[in-house]
Design a binder for this molecule. Structure first.
Ligand SMILES: NC(=O)c1ccc[n+]([C@@H]2O[C@H](COP(=O)([O-])OP(=O)(O)OC[C@H]3O[C@@H](n4cnc5c(N)ncnc54)[C@H](O)[C@@H]3O)[C@@H](O)[C@H]2O)c1
Length: 253
């Protein structure tokens, strides 16, 4: 199998995109550790480990534990992330720091702790979870977008720095994905059905992306079969970043 003998770590692996990715990696033959704030729902064959990527001691201890229990690390999927709503003035400094602590510094901490393991792997790969919010202006997502813009830039810098180590680094930029996160946002909306319809129609394919579709893209980038792919930003966004379909009317510029 594609991932036979490889060891993978997925942060935020208890829910949504992280869980779908962990399951797909395991299905394809990898041994997988899922780091999460709450790993209680993670079941075999996945190894669940408690970790807060916003805390360096917690993140580095969990990465070391994963590396020891799996006998090494070949793949790191930096998926743990949190959101924030509102325009630039909506959130106080502490909230800006909290989101950057998880979405950006979380990647830094986990990667830093995993590096000694990755350097020993002949198939080392890192995949970071970025977002359409890094490349398109979405309403009321100033803080979240800034954090994901940093993730995209960090991905390219990391890919360059680790060419010599033969550690590939790529990111995936999903559109709106049907995960527990998005379901929580819908539940909190004044009219959840109208909100869901608006999110669907924003994506040219007319529906939300599935967590399994994002997982498949992550597993493509992390695979030894993608050994020549590094520094890539892969959109899984239903066409949202590049397509401008017309809803009716005649063709024309
Ligand atoms: N759902 C979307 O529409 C969407 C779109 C683009 C990008 N993304 C990105 O995909 C990633 C996963 O999103 P999702 O929709 O699956 O979310 P989710 O809320 O369903 O799952 C996120 C998981 O991360 C864990 N987590 C959060 N903070 C953590 C921390 N400090 N330490 C360890 N674990 C932590 C949570 O406990 C949860 O299990 C995020 O980085 C998100 O920004 C999501």
């Amino acid at each position: 199998m594609e991932y036979e003998g490889l060891r993978a770590l997925v942060t935020g692996g208890a829910s949504g995109i992280g869980l779908a990715t962990a399951r797909l990696l395991a299905e394809r033959g990898a041994a997988v550790a899922c780091l999460d704030l709450d790993p209680s729902t993670i079941s075999e064959p996945l190894l669940g480990l408690r970790a807060d990527v916003a805390d360096d001691a917690s993140a580095s201890a969990a990465v070391a534990d994963a590396g020891q229990q799996l006998g090494g690390l070949d793949i790191v999927v930096n998926n743990a992330g949190i959101g924030a709503a509102g325009p630039v003035e909506a959130n106080p400094d502490d909230e800006w720091r909290r989101v950057f602590e998880v979405n950006v510094l979380g990647i830094v901490r986990v990667t830093r702790a995993a590096m000694p393991w990755l350097r020993r792997s002949p198939h080392a790969a890192i995949v970071n979870l970025c977002s359409i919010a890094a490349t398109a202006g979405l309403p009321d997502r100033a803080l979240y977008s800034a954090s994901k813009g940093a993730v995209q830039s960090l991905t390219l810098a990391m890919a360059t720095d680790h060419l010599a180590d033969r550690i590939r680094v790529n990111c995936v930029n999903p559109g709106t994905v049907d995960t527990p996160w998005v379901r929580r946002l819908l539940d909190a909306a004044p009219d959840p059905d109208a909100e869901l319809a608006a999110l669907r129609s924003r994506q040219p394919i007319g529906r939300l992306v599935t967590a399994e579709e994002v997982a498949a893209a992550i597993c493509y980038l992390a695979s030894p079969l993608a050994a020549s792919t590094t520094g890539t930003v892969l959109a899984v966004d239903g066409g949202m970043s590049g397509l401008r379909p017309r809803k009716g009317g005649s063709d024309g510029p």
